[in-house]
Write a protein of this length. Structure first.
Length: 45
């Protein structure tokens, strides 16, 4: 269903990702959507 991560050396575990999201008050999640269209989701206090 999902493509292989290109920069696999930068990959972190699901647990590390969840911990970072819980600890940080703000951030931006960037993704590549259907047909290669980039988009981001911002979260902040």
């Amino acid at each position: 269903m999902f493509r292989e991560m290109r920069r696999f050396k930068q990959r972190i575990s699901d647990e590390e990702c969840i911990q970072i999201m819980k600890e940080q008050p703000r951030g931006v999640l960037l993704m590549i959507g259907d047909n290669g269209y980039p988009y981001g989701i911002c979260h902040g206090e």
